[in-house]
Design a protein around this ligand. Structure first.
Ligand SMILES: NC(=O)c1ccc[n+]([C@@H]2O[C@H](COP(=O)([O-])OP(=O)(O)OC[C@H]3O[C@@H](n4cnc5c(N)ncnc54)[C@H](OP(=O)(O)O)[C@@H]3O)[C@@H](O)[C@H]2O)c1
Length: 261
């Protein structure tokens, strides 16, 4: 099975921690040159220096806020002009929790900009180079809420569906160019984001963090959260030559939590 990414350039977003960082490490392990993107420049600089690297492999970073899509576009277009991107991992911080009833318009606008519009800006910047070089992989890190909306994540659920629909449409349009577009749907994963969700639920319900954790784990057939490396393995596979005939799919990495097919 061909998992070799030597000579490929991967742009991994939301790469300063959690699932994005684990994906960056997995892609570097497979031989790709990796550019990390997130907001915290100091953190990215340190992490880029510590990524796995064989002779000839070069890693870098871009500090950008995916909510500022104008600046994001300029930075990524400059990156692509210097070095075409063959693999794009679209990933960012999840929208704040809250019910959809009562959600304010700016919350939808912010989430759409940071997720849907940022993903689109990034994809538009990298697709011409992918087409020219005959290799393209776009993986969007979304959520299992694409299949089953999650309670208390109203704006997030809504935004995730929009991203999944955008991705499916794009997958169809670019398939003939040798570019695949797929979505990885994490379930509960051991990252700072899940700590935030547990903390929010605990303070809203008056239950302890341990009780919230036990209830969440109880809903997962594997009875544990994912390690970010397990989610990253699915992302890296979809980015590999071995996944050449897979496009337009939603792949849950959730220990069996999603009950729908
Ligand atoms: N962990 C879970 O259980 C779980 C479950 C389902 C879905 N998800 C989703 O999967 C994605 C990744 O999850 P995660 O747990 O790895 O998240 P995380 O730990 O919160 O990490 C988010 C990453 O995105 C970056 N980021 C946040 N806002 C940004 C912005 N405006 N511009 C650029 N970068 C930004 C952060 O870095 P900086 O702060 O340096 O910018 C960080 O590297 C999220 O969308 C999350 O909602 C996670």
């Amino acid at each position: 099975m061909d998992l070799d990414l030597t000579g490929k350039h991967a742009l991994v977003c939301g790469a300063s921690q959690g699932i994005g960082l684990a994906a960056a490490r997995a892609l570097a392990e497979l031989g790709a040159d990796v550019t990390l993107l997130a907001r915290r420049e100091e953190v990215l600089r340190d992490l880029a220096g510590g990524l796995p690297a064989r002779a000839g492999q070069v890693h870098g970073w871009i500090s950008a806020d995916s909510a500022d899509t104008g600046a994001l576009r300029a930075k990524v277009e400059a990156l692509v002009a210097a070095k075409p991107v063959h693999i794009l991992v679209n990933n960012s911080g999840g929208p704040p929790p809250g019910t959809v009833h009562g959600a304010q318009i700016p919350a939808f606008e912010a989430a759409y900009r940071q997720h849907l519009i940022a993903n689109h800006v990034l994809a538009e910047a990298v697709i011409p180079g992918m087409e020219r070089d005959g290799y393209g992989r776009i993986v969007n890190v979304i959520s299992t809420s694409v299949k089953e909306p999650l309670q208390g994540l109203g704006v997030s659920n809504t935004t995730r569906w929009a991203v999944a629909s955008w991705a499916k449409t794009l997958a169809t349009e670019v398939a003939a160019k040798g570019i695949t577009v797929n979505n990885v749907l994490p379930g509960s994963t051991e990252t700072p984001r899940i700590e935030q969700i547990i903390g929010n639920t605990a303070s809203k319900t008056g239950r302890s963090r341990e009780e919230v954790f036990e209830k969440m784990v109880g809903e997962i057939p594997m009875r544990r959260f994912a390690r970010p490396e397990e989610t990253a393995a699915a992302i890296a596979f979809l980015c590999s030559p071995a996944a050449s005939y897979i496009t337009g799919v939603n792949l849950p990495v959730d220990g069996g939590r999603t009950r729908s097919l």
